[in-house]
Design a protein around this ligand. Structure first.
Ligand SMILES: Cc1ncc(C[n+]2csc(CCOP(=O)(O)OP(=O)(O)O)c2C)c(N)n1
Ligand SMILES: [Mg+2]
Length: 545
């Protein structure tokens, strides 16, 4: 039976596990929105395109693939920042855009929303994705759709699909050529890399595994757990990979991030004679702003399609193949020097003291449950969250490398669409809330119940220790009154520890709608990790690094 290009794309998205598409319509993409509405896929229309992009990114991180759909240029260029973040942090999001029709483009170039030429947006997205396609030919559309979806899966990164508006309903041609299949790496190179890694890990006296975000993106947590439990080698996580290994597991050391992290984790990791970095990109944030001391001669490093062991490089070895290969090896369980496993910090006894960042994170620690997912916005929400104790795997989400403010609230929308059984606990600064907090409206519309904690320190607290000025202040909002404006939800303002305790209990019980807790903090208060970070970054911001 004849099928349209739009419906075929929807079918292939659904077959790849996409159940929700986030976006904002426009005239260039209305036909496709109607096609989605009439399909099993649910459309979640957001207040703003960037919110749709962040929601789709979070959805992809939880679900394995996400999608957003927007109109030409006015929407596309607004969602570009979210595509950039998804690229930088390896989140597979299909960015779908409407565009002027193929025939109208030939008639005259001055069509609304156009910037320079009709390919401006395509050229921008070519920089932000691993594959881009314009579905302007029914004969090749099916192949193009397969090609970009395969690239999204293969690289765990965003892709771009542009549908000229007269093509959404056009009849799609058959898939003439075979869709690209994931090219397997060279099995001999893989086997050699695994054998060399096994030899090093077995011979070492103090091996340590450092686990990163790519293990999460490629669904390798079970393989990681198998390696750790078979070998007896302890594991630390990078901040981007936080929660990729269950933090309550006795083999867990803590978050390693050079001088920014805890000393006992740092000492253990840096004194290792065989550090096995699995799926951890060597970013400044992962390496504690390059305060990490990692001697590559003694490291096994697998990330981004490359394995290096000491100074031997094995190109084209996919991290997934390497990690599953290590997991399959018949290891002998071994003894390693003792280490300090971080214990759960336990209950918190609130007093009438004014709220502090330290108390806030201790209270949240006591509050967290296994079915919660912590989503932290960049700022002290993220730095303080480093010390949170995440019980289960992958229940912590943050843009810990690209660090675009305003991620956390729309991310909650995406997480709860992908996993309705998880309750997001959103930690967001006042500055960040002012950027994308309007997506609480989308959360209300779609009946979700995240708990949103706004850290109200009167502005851009992260920046104050680096270089302060009135440019770091923001208007004091009554964030707790947002539910009143939206006509739904629970809002509470908190100034003391006891009030915070009560607010968390009330939010916990408020399962039917969103809760917003506004926490009043001193403008100069911050987490210990932020103190260590800004001491390093301040030098750079003032031009002294
Ligand atoms: C989109 C975006 N704009 C600007 C920045 C730079 N920036 C980093 S932290 C920060 C302050 C964030 O303020 P807030 O959300 O209130 O968190 P706080 O630092 O006070 O904890 C800014 C502006 C950024 N990371 N992302
Ligand atoms: Mg702030």
């Amino acid at each position: 039976m004849a099928q349209s290009i739009g419906n075929y794309l929807i079918q292939r998205l659904a077959e790849n596990g996409v159940g929700h598409v986030f976006g904002v319509p426009g005239d260039y993409v209305l036909t496709f929105f109607k096609q989605m509405e009439e399909s099993p896929i649910k459309v979640i229309n957001t207040c703003d395109e960037q919110g749709a992009g962040f929601a789709a990114d979070a959805y992809a991180r939880v679900n394995g693939l996400g999608a957003a759909c927007i109109t030409y240029c006015v929407g596309g260029l607004k969602i570009a920042n979210a595509a950039a973040q998804a690229f930088a942090e390896r989140s597979p999001v299909v960015m779908i855009s409407g565009a002027p029709g193929t025939r109208e483009k030939q008639r005259g170039p001055l069509l609304h929303h156009t910037v320079r030429g009709f390919d401006t947006q395509l050229r921008v997205f070519e920089q932000l994705t691993v594959a881009a396609a314009v579905l302007d030919d029914p004969a090749t559309a099916a192949f193009e759709i397969e090609r970009v979806l395969a690239a999204a899966r293969r690289h765990s990164r965003p892709v771009y699909i542009e549908i000229p508006r007269d093509m959404a309903g056009a009849e799609i041609g058959p898939l003439h050529r075979h869709a690209p299949v994931d090219e397997p790496g060279d099995p001999e190179v893989l086997a050699t890399a695994i054998a060399e890694a096994v030899e090093r890990m077995t011979a070492a006296e103090r091996p340590v595994i450092l686990a990163g975000e790519e293990l999460h993106r490629f669904r390798l947590q079970p393989a990681l757990a198998e390696i750790v439990h078979k070998t007896g080698i302890p594991v630390a996580a990078t901040i981007m990979g936080k929660s990729v290994f269950p933090e309550s597991d006795p083999a867990y050391l803590g978050v390693y991030e050079g001088a920014m992290g805890r000393d006992n984790v740092r000492d253990y990791v840096e004194s290792s004679d065989c550090l096995v970095l699995l799926g951890a990109q060597m970013t400044d944030m992962n390496l504690g702003i390059y305060t990490a001391r990692i001697d590559r001669r003694y490291a096994v490093y697998a990330a981004s399609d490359r394995v290096t062991i000491g100074h031997h490089a094995f190109d084209g070895v996919a991290v997934a193949d390497f990690v599953t290969g290590l997991a399959a090896h018949p290891w002998q369980r071994r003894q390693v020097p003792p280490f300090e496993h971080p214990e759960h910090p336990g209950l918190f006894n609130p007093s009438d003291r004014p709220m502090t960042v330290e108390a806030l994170f201790r209270q949240i620690n006591a509050f967290l449950e296994d079915d919660m997912v912590v989503i932290a916005d960049p700022g002290d929400a993220l730095f303080g969250a480093e010390d949170l104790y995440i019980h289960n795997g992958a229940h912590f989400l943050a843009p810990a490398y690209y660090c675009s403010l305003g991620f956390a609230v729309p991310a909650a929308l995406g997480v709860q669409a992908a996993a309705p059984h998880l309750r997001p606990l959103v930690l967001v600064g006042d500055g960040a809330f002012q950027m994308s907090g309007m997506e609480v409206a989308s959360i209300v519309r779609f009946g979700q119940n995240p708990i949103i904690v706004v850290l109200d320190n009167g502005g851009y607290g992260t920046e104050r220790p680096m270089l302060d000025g009135a440019f770091n202040d923001v208007l004091a909002w009554n964030y707790w009154k947002v539910p009143e404006v939206l006509g739904a939800g629970l809002g509470i303002k908190v100034t003391t520890e006891v009030e915070m305790d009560e607010a968390l209990s009330r939010a916990h019980a408020n399962v039917g709608s969103v809760s917003i807790i506004q926490v009043m903090l001193d403008r100069n208060d911050h987490s210990p990790a932020l103190g260590r970070l800004t001491a390093t970054l301040g030098e750079g911001a003032r031009g002294k690094a």
